[in-house]
Design a protein around this ligand. Structure first.
Ligand code: CP
Ligand code: NVA
Length: 314
């Protein structure tokens, strides 16, 4: 069987993404209906950065699929003493049926995946957060209907972070017209824009990059934001407050969006910075459903990977 990984949003085709999201809705309605990890079979869940949602949702989701999650801080493993990523991938593949990993550079995930003989899932890297975007799309489908084609998703904030990149790539995969509004110098990485343009050409979606938050918010069906300082950027020497102030998701920007706009934030939120209390706690916010959907979307992803692409031969 061919092995498949989920390291970035375009690792699945538009049809495959739709299939995973349909399964996520099924699992939300019937949480214990699929038990591919019965045995129990194991999943390694490793973190090199902090986490609340990802840790709890994967650990509970794997239990609901009948399996056992081995959750470790990556820094406590021999990775912290320079065992190679490839050797770690080979060894973990002998114990577990999938590897879920939160780390820094995307190249680290690529290296692990190149040697692993089980699916590797990106639980957040510097460049991408594809599991989060599956949950975001599930949340939007719940509110806008199952076909998101032609809907306008606007992200405001750091355009060069994992959420901006994954929303761009995952959003156009779902056929959404994605606008990324960021301060000058914080635009998305060019190579990721190129990948998203390629995917957009397949689905008929559009990508707009702008430094104008007001124009970006006009008529948006979804307004999304994220931390101005991502994990690992705390000491990068850049001013991550003043240039971002005009991009705050507040009542004024909300008023420019569609009347039925849905506000998303992957959380944790920095209230008063990228989003105001009245917006995150207000009627247009779907952030708590979005957090819940991490559980359902990730279970669907694991079922999909394990049933179709588990354990490659090398
Ligand atoms: N949204 C998200 O990934 O949250 P955690 O960092 O708490 O896992
Ligand atoms: N962009 C944020 C997302 C946190 C879930 C970070 O990487 O810290």
């Amino acid at each position: 069987m061919t092995i498949r990984h989920f390291l970035r949003d375009d690792d699945v085709t538009p049809a495959e993404q739709a299939e995973i999201l349909a399964l996520a809705a099924e699992l939300k309605a019937a949480p214990l209906s699929r038990r591919p990890l019965e045995g129990p079979r194991g999943v390694a869940v490793m973190f090199e950065k902090n986490s609340t949602r990802t840790r709890f949702s994967f650990e509970m989701g794997i239990a609901q699929l009948g399996g056992h999650a081995v959750v470790v801080d990556g820094r406590d493993t021999q990775l912290g003493r320079e065992e190679t990523l490839a050797d770690t991938g080979r060894v973990l593949s002998r114990y577990v049926d999938a590897i879920v990993w939160r780390t820094f550079e995307q190249t680290r995930l690529d290296e692990m995946a190149s040697a692993a003989t089980v699916p590797v899932v990106n639980a957040l890297s510097n460049e991408f957060h594809p599991c989060q975007v599956l949950a975001d799309l599930q949340t939007l489908k719940e509110r806008k209907g199952s076909d998101l084609t032609g809907r306008n998703l606007t992200y405001l904030g750091d355009g060069a972070n994992n959420m901006a990149h994954s929303l761009m790539l995952g959003g156009v995969t779902a056929g959404m017209n994605v606008t990324i509004a960021a301060p000058e110098g914080f635009e998305p990485f060019g190579w990721i824009v190129d990948a998203a343009q390629k995917r957009a050409a397949e689905t008929g979606a559009t990508i707009t990059l702008t430094n104008d938050p007001r124009a970006a918010a006009d008529g948006a069906d979804a307004l999304v934001t994220d931390a101005w300082t991502s994990m690992g950027q705390e000491n990068d020497g850049r001013d991550r407050v003043a240039p971002f102030r005009p991009f705050q998701v507040n009542a004024e920007l909300l008023a420019r969006a569609a009347a039925d706009v849905t506000v998303l934030h992957c959380l944790p939120a920095h209230r008063g910075e990228e989003i105001t209390d009245d917006v995150i706690d207000g009627p247009r916010s779907a952030v708590w459903d979005e957090a819940e959907n991490r559980l359902h979307a990730q279970k669907a992803l694991l079922v999909w990977l394990l049933e179709r692409f588990a354990r490659g031969e090398r």
